[in-house]
Each structure stands twice: as structure tokens, then as C-alpha cells.
Write a protein that binds this ligand. Structure first.
Ligand code: PMP
Length: 470
């Protein structure tokens, strides 16, 4: 590790960004209740691609270089919907390989953009086709590998270099950072690379270390550890961990204990972790910390425990770190009224300002419409609704002033409609539909009091939350 010719080492000059992979910080949780134990977090979001997967990306590529499966100028292919794609795109960019990623179409636009920005060719394919179908993402990756000279399909789920990297780097780092005094490690399993590699390392150097699996409700992994039986998998929101089949490259016999965490507890724990400790992890971090806290509080003796934080929270800002998303998904409670006010995603009484004042400029109004992805804005003066401005009003006014220097500088009051169609909170869903059919959103007003607007998306989310039990 301290070979000065190794440019990955990071000391001195000449180190590339690849040198920043690994050697991530370890911090102790100081504020959350850890019972009699001390709980430490290994912060893998400090890797340059933002996740623990940078380690395996580098390790799998360098192993393939060593044994000649990958040659200079070659092409790396992987089928992935997650962090491994970003890690591989980073390594390929720095080492000069062509990178082709096949990604199912449920993946977030941000991740696709990050991979493309790193220079990867991203092929988006269908999520809803069975294994073996020519458009299924793993089938496509194998096909591209077969058709492309010099191509290597990485296959992280089957690749023994995936756990090997954690055995060689993550394990020794943890042991050293814990001063060789460690009782348990808590982590999640996707490919099982992390937990298998760490399990193998600690079985070898410190066999007393307990390996604890944190698993989302619906995954078949924790039930398998607990009973040895394969159960029917369900669905879960947490990303990157939990599986609906046993991981081919994993060794589940290394797991001593499994703790199941539901989505709500996972997401709320991730949010608590940020507030209490300043650690902004992803959704799997929530599952892992929730399980670690449970395990710690259950102990009767002081133990030293390490929890893995696999990635950071920036990819989840518009999901679990967004209060509206949490409410839409039903993960946090909010005040309910039993009428149309419950459908409003951004309620005016909750200090959400999806409105404009009459003296705001048309540029400000357009910016707000874009920001909140809506086509019309209520105009409020002293908390009273006095008008409405929609895209048509904006466009007409701007076109009418097209010759002038600052057509967008006019006030909203010059373009708004004052003839308002609003609905009282007790109106029916049919009234809401009628507003939509006319091309409007539904504005909810109770006398002079403005409550907020209901969009098509709000209605869809409400219908899904309140669907009758099947
Ligand atoms: N958390 C996140 C966010 C991940 O992307 C992954 C990898 N799928 C994991 C945890 C689990 O890691 P592993 O594949 O090593 O089991």
C-alpha cells in the first residue's frame, strides 16, 4: 500500500483522482442513542464517485487488466442501475477505456446524466421485460460484449473481484481505524460484495467480529439468514440493498444475524442521522443505521460497532430529504381535514410559497412555474387571492411586448386574470376533475382564505395513498 510508484497512494505529486478511492473517514456517532455501545460510521460517500462502489469499480477493472481480460483501448460494459455505473464510468474515463452502460428505464435522470457527463455511453432499456428477453439489460450487456472486439462485461453480481476488493481494502482500513478493537459490523447486501469481503477478512484476522445484515422489508435475504428458507420477495423503496434472489458472488454463511427494517424507519433514520450527526447518507444508510442502533441498544455489554454508510444523500434530495415527497409517499404524518385540503401537496398554511405577489415580475413568475413544475400561479396580496397567472397569460403579455427591451420585467398584475374559478375545501373529486378537464389546476379557497392548489400529480399521489385494500 505504501509503494511510492503506486500512483493510487495519493501522497506526493502525480496522484490521479483514482488515488482518492478508499481510505474513507470513520466517525463516531455522538448524539443518537447507542445504548451501552459505541457506534462508528465508515463514510463511503467520500469516494470520488460518491459511493462504496468506486472501490469495486477500480478493483474489478485492475484485476481484469492484470490477467489480460481487458487491454489498452478496450471497452468496459456493465448492466447496472446504480452506483457501480458511476464508479466504472469514473475509472474508465481516467484509464482511457470506452464505457458502455445499459441501464433500466426506472433509473433517475440524475444518475444517467452523471454517467454521461463522465463520458460513458448510456443505453436506456426496458425495466418490464423478463430475464432472457433481448431488451432485458443483462441480456443486452452480454450481447454487446459478444459483438464488440476488446469488450469486457464486468458482471458485478458474479465477479469474485468484487468481494476481493473489500477483503483487501475496506476490511483492513476498518480494523486499523478501530485500533483493532471491534465487536460487530453492520451492513447491507446488494451484490453482497461488501459483506462477503469484510466477512472473509474478519473471519481470518478477528473471527469474533459479528457480521450483522441490515435488510429492507420485502427482501428475501434476512428471512433466508433467519430460517434458511427462500421466501416470496416483496417491494421496497430503499435503493441499492435487498434482493429477490440470493447473490451469486456472496457467501451468506458469513452473516451471523439479520435485522429487518421497514422503509419508513430507514428513511426517517437517515434524516435523523443528518440532523443529529451531520452525516448525509443515502437510503440504504438509513436501513443500516436503524439496524445498528437496534442491535446496539439490545446489548448488555459495551461493544464497539461499525456501520457502513454506502453512499451520500445528494442523489436522494428530491426523495427522502424532501418533506413533500415524504408526505406524498405517506412516510410522515401531516394534519388532515377529510376534504380537498388533504390533496394539496404544498399547503399555504405550511409556509409553502407556491404563489406570487402582484408586483413580482413576469420573469419571477416563469421561474417559479418552472421550479415547481406547474403551469399556473395564484397571485396573493396580504394572504388573499386576487388573481391567477398561467402560461397563456404570460405568453400573451410577453408577445404583446415583444418589441420592448424588457418584456419579462413587467409586473404580474399587468398579465394576471382576476376572474377566478376556485373550489371550496368541501367540493367533490368530480369538481376537481372538471377543473382539470378545462385545463386548470384546482385552486382551493375557503371564503377569503387561500389554501393551495391541487395538480394532476397531487390527485394521482392521493389516489395511490388512499387506494382501497386489494
Ligand atoms: N448501498 C447502496 C446505495 C448501494 O448502491 C449498494 C450496492 N448495490 C449497496 C448498499 C450494497 O453493496 P454490495 O453490492 O457490496 O452488497
Amino acid at each position: 500500500m505504501n509503494d511510492p510508484s503506486d500512483t493510487r497512494n495519493g501522497s506526493g505529486s502525480g496522484a490521479s483522482m483514482l488515488a482518492a478511492i478508499g481510505n474513507t473517514p470513520m466517525v463516531e456517532l455522538r448524539n443518537l442513542d447507542t445504548g451501552p455501545c459505541r457506534l462508528f460510521a465508515k463514510l463511503e460517500q467520500f469516494n470520488p464517485g460518491g459511493s462504496i462502489k468506486d472501490r469495486i469499480a477500480l478493483g474489478m477493472v485492475e484485476a481484469a487488466e492484470r490477467d489480460g481480460r481487458l487491454e489498452p483501448g478496450g471497452t468496459i460494459v456493465e448492466a447496472t442501475s446504480g452506483n457501480t455505473g458511476i464508479g466504472l464510468a469514473l475509472v474508465a474515463a481516467l484509464k482511457g477505456y470506452r464505457m458502455i452502460l445499459i441501464i433500466p428505464d426506472k433509473m433517475s435522470q440524475e444518475k444517467i446524466q452523471q454517467c454521461r457527463a463522465l463520458g460513458a455511453e448510456v443505453i436506456v432499456t426496458r425495466t418490464d421485460v423478463p430475464p432472457g428477453h433481448p431488451l432485458q439489460y443483462q441480456t443486452m450487456a452480454a450481447d454487446i460484449e459478444a459483438r464488440t472486439p476488446g469488450a469486457l462485461y464486468i458482471r458485478q453480481h458474479y465477479n469474485p473481484d468484487n468481494p476481493a476488493v473489500h477483503e483487501a481494502t475496506t476490511g483492513p482500513e476498518i480494523r486499523q481505524q478501530m485500533d483493532e478493537d471491534i465487536d460487530a459490523i453492520v451492513g447491507g447486501i446488494g451484490t453482497a460484495g461488501t459483506m462477503t469481503g469484510l466477512g472473509r477478512y474478519f473471519r481470518r484476522v478477528a473471527p469474533g467480529v459479528k457480521m450483522i445484515l441490515a435488510d429492507p422489508v420485502g427482501s428475501l435475504l434476512a428471512p433466508y439468514v433467519q430460517t434458511g428458507e427462500l421466501t416470496e420477495p416483496g417491494a421496497w423503496v430503499v435503493e441499492g440493498i435487498g434482493e429477490d434472489e440470493l447473490p451469486p458472488v456472496g457467501d451468506m454463511s458469513l452473516i451471523d444475524e439479520a435485522i429487518i427494517v421497514n422503509d419508513r424507519d430507514s428513511l426517517l433514520t437517515a434524516r435523523d442521522l443528518l440532523k443529529a450527526e451531520g452525516i448525509m447518507g443515502g437510503s440504504s444508510t438509513g436501513t443500516i443505521i436503524a439496524a445498528a442502533l437496534q442491535w446496539c441498544r439490545r446489548q448488555t455489554e459495551a461493544r464497539r460497532v461499525v456501520a457502513i454508510v454506502p453512499d451520500g444523500g445528494d442523489k436522494y434530495l428530491s426523495k427522502m430529504y424532501d418533506d413533500h415527497w415524504m408526505a406524498d409517499q405517506g412516510f410522515v404524518e401531516r394534519k388532515t381535514y377529510g376534504d380537498l385540503r388533504d390533496l394539496i401537496a404544498r399547503r399555504h398554511d405550511e409556509h409553502e410559497d407556491v404563489t406570487v405577489p402582484p408586483d413580482a415580475t413576469l420573469a419571477i413568475a416563469l421561474g417559479k412555474m418552472r421550479l415547481f413544475n406547474i403551469s399556473q400561479l395564484p397571485v396573493l396580496e396580504d394572504d388573499r387571492i386576487i388573481g391567477l397567472i398561467d402560461e397563456t397569460d404570460l405568453l400573451q403579455r410577453v408577445l404583446a411586448n415583444a418589441g420592448k427591451r424588457n418584456a419579462f420585467g413587467e409586473p404580474v398584475s399587468a398579465a394576471m386574470t382576476t376572474r377566478l374559478e376556485t373550489l371550496p375545501p368541501e367540493a367533490s373529486l368530480a369538481d376537481v376533475r372538471a377543473a382539470f378537464d378545462k385545463g386548470f389546476v384546482a385552486l382551493i379557497r375557503d371564503g377569503n382564505r387561500y389554501w393551495g392548489l391541487v395538480t394532476r400529480t397531487d390527485l394521482l399521489n392521493w389516489l395511490r395513498r388512499n387506494r382501497p385494500a386489494a
